[in-house]
Each structure stands twice: as structure tokens, then as C-alpha cells.
Design a protein around this ligand. Structure first.
Ligand SMILES: Nc1ncnc2c1ncn2[C@@H]1O[C@H](COP(=O)(O)OP(=O)(O)OP(=O)(O)O)[C@@H](O)[C@H]1O
Ligand SMILES: [Mg+2]
Length: 279
């Protein structure tokens, strides 16, 4: 957490025009013969909170894994602040300033909360700043302060998600990649986690690329969104515009019941089936 900007407007004002932190150019990624990402390009500007939406299997996690070096693309490039990092190993990508919070959190279960946070800072030598950042994480997530000496395995799912985000912050990243932070959490906890994600973005200027299947919560909190279907971007725009799109409303937000078409029971049935997939 190198940045200390306290307001979104303040952080944005210093970045006119905003610099591109991350550029993904036309990447294609395979698992053996299976192509998961089919020529995908996205951009994230400094201080932005960008979301990548899509259903199960759309290629969201594969995109993040390609950015963070877990997967190597067959084609295309990944640029961090203009530097080509395509094909770098994950530890090198992390050292360059990309912090990946993977799907399912993956905290170190038998280390304490504080030790987990320190693991995030293992490449840093500025010990005083690390301590300040740990205190900042405790301010955002007071429960982590209360449980500082407890092993991470004893935390609830939501608390482990908080710890995973906190650990990523401790690397003082240029950009944080968040893979489905809402997964498996109660609606109340999802709101709580997203409120903190938004505060970290606005108050501390943390640039974020957020992958979500929960479109309503992602569109509510992010600035800009990309919609991913079967490995390709099919739509993108400011979130305020995307929520107005009929397709987004119908397929991603489970809306449409207000329209006359859903008066037919058959349509109702179809929408219910869709909602099971497209939250
Ligand atoms: N380890 C793997 N081996 C083979 N195919 C895989 C592997 N991981 C993912 N895939 C395939 O790649 C495609 C994209 O998967 P990915 O995990 O990126 O989707 P996702 O959008 O993150 O989905 P979800 O919302 O379920 O997490 C899917 O067709 C999936 O079956
Ligand atoms: Mg995924």
C-alpha cells in the first residue's frame, strides 16, 4: 500500500490523463487442447476499479491466471505499466507489483493471521512501512486485529477472504486481481466485503481488477466493466451504462420480470432457469 491518497477525486485528479497500469492485448490461453481465453483485451487505468463479469466457465479465472503468470498465453501480451511481462513466472509477476487473490482465498491455514499478512510483505525491506500497512489492514478489517494471533484455519470463510485481501495489500501492489471475493458468502457479508474493497480503492487508491459472477454487486461498486462469454469480451463500458443494457439486465441481473413478456408463465419458467446460472 504505497499510496496514501485519501479521496477518489484526489487520487484521480493527480492522474490526468490516467496512466494504464495493466494492458492485456489479445491473449489466447489453453489447457492442453481446451481453449479457455480466445483473444481477449482489457485495460485498467491507475486508481480504477474494473470488473470482469461472466458465468461459470466463461474464462474469468483463466484470464487472471494468465495475467499473474500461472498460465502462459499462446498468443497476446500482458503489459504492466507498459512493460511486457508475458511469460514471466508468478513470483516474478508478483515482484513486479501484481497481487492475485485467487478464487477460494488460499490463506496459509496453520500460520497466524499476522504471519499470513507478513507473508504478503516477504519481498519488502521497508519494515516500518510494513508495520504501518498491517495497522491499516487492521483498521479496515478490525476482526483481523482481534484474531491476529489465531491460526488462519480457525477463521470463517468471510474472515479468510478478508485476510487474503489484507495479505495482497501487504505486498503494496500496483494492481490487485480479485477472483470472486463474493463466493460462498452470505449477502450481508458480500456487502461488507465490497464496501471495504470500494474504500480501499477510493481512500488508498488501490487499482483493482475484480472478477465476479455476482454481477449486481460488481456493477454497483466498480467503475468500468467487461462482460466475458466463452473466452471473449462481448460487451464493455462504464458500469453505469452496463446496468442499463437490456442484455446485462436479462442475463446477468436476472431482471426482466417487470416487462410484459414475463407475464406468460413459460417465460417465468425460463427466467428462473437462467437465474440459476446467471445470478
Ligand atoms: N485445469 C483445467 N483443465 C482443463 N480445463 C480447464 C481447467 N480450468 C478451467 N478449464 C476450462 O476453461 C474454461 C474457463 O474456465 P475458468 O475457470 O477460467 O472459468 P471462470 O469464468 O473462472 O468460471 P467460474 O465462475 O466457474 O469460476 C472452462 O471451460 C473450464 O472448464
Ligand atoms: Mg473462476
Amino acid at each position: 500500500m504505497a499510496k496514501t491518497a485519501t479521496k477518489k477525486t484526489a487520487s484521480k485528479a493527480t492522474e490526468a490523463p490516467a496512466t494504464k497500469v495493466l494492458s492485456v492485448e489479445n491473449i489466447e490461453t489453453y489447457y492442453g487442447p481446451i481453449q479457455a481465453v480466445k483473444g481477449l483485451s482489457i485495460e485498467v487505468k491507475e486508481g480504477a476499479l474494473v470488473t470482469l463479469l461472466g458465468a461459470n466457465g466463461a474464462g474469468k479465472s483463466s484470464t487472471l491466471k494468465t495475467i499473474s503468470g500461472i498460465l502462459e498465453p499462446d498468443k497476446g501480451r500482458v503489459l504492466l505499466k507498459g512493460q511486457d511481462i508475458t511469460g514471466f513466472r508468478p513470483d516474478r509477476v508478483a515482484a513486479q507489483g501484481i497481487a492475485h487473490v485467487p478464487e477460494g482465498r488460499e490463506v496459509f491455514p496453520f500460520l497466524s493471521v499476522r504471519e499470513n499478512l507478513l507473508m504478503g510483505a516477504y519481498l519488502r525491506s521497508d519494515k516500518d512501512a510494513v508495520e504501518r500497512d498491517i495497522e491499516a489492514v487492521y483498521d479496515y478489517f478490525p476482526i483481523l486485529h482481534e484474531r491476529a494471533d489465531q491460526r488462519a484455519v480457525l477463521l470463517s470463510g468471510g474472515q479468510q477472504q478478508m485476510l487474503a485481501i489484507g495479505r495482497a495489500l501487504l505486498s503494496s501492489p500496483s494492481i490487485m486481481l480479485l477472483d470472486e471475493p463474493s463466493l460462498g458468502l452470505s449477502p450481508l457479508l458480500v456487502q461488507e466485503i465490497f464496501a471495504i474493497i470500494t474504500r480501499l480503492n477510493r481512500e488508498r487508491g488501490v487499482t483493482m481488477l475484480l472478477v465476479e459472477q455476482n454481477a449486481s454487486v460488481a456493477l454497483e461498486h466498480a467503475d468500468y466493466g467487461y462482460v466475458l462469454e466463452l473466452g471473449r469480451i462481448v460487451m464493455d463500458g462504464p458500469c453505469t451504462e452496463l446496468v442499463k443494457s437490456k442484455d446485462v439486465q436479462e442475463f446477468y441481473l436476472g431482471m426482466g420480470e417487470s416487462s410484459a413478456e414475463t407475464a406468460e408463465s413459460g417465460r417465468e419458467d425460463k427466467r428462473w432457469k437462467r437465474k440459476k446460472t446467471w445470478r
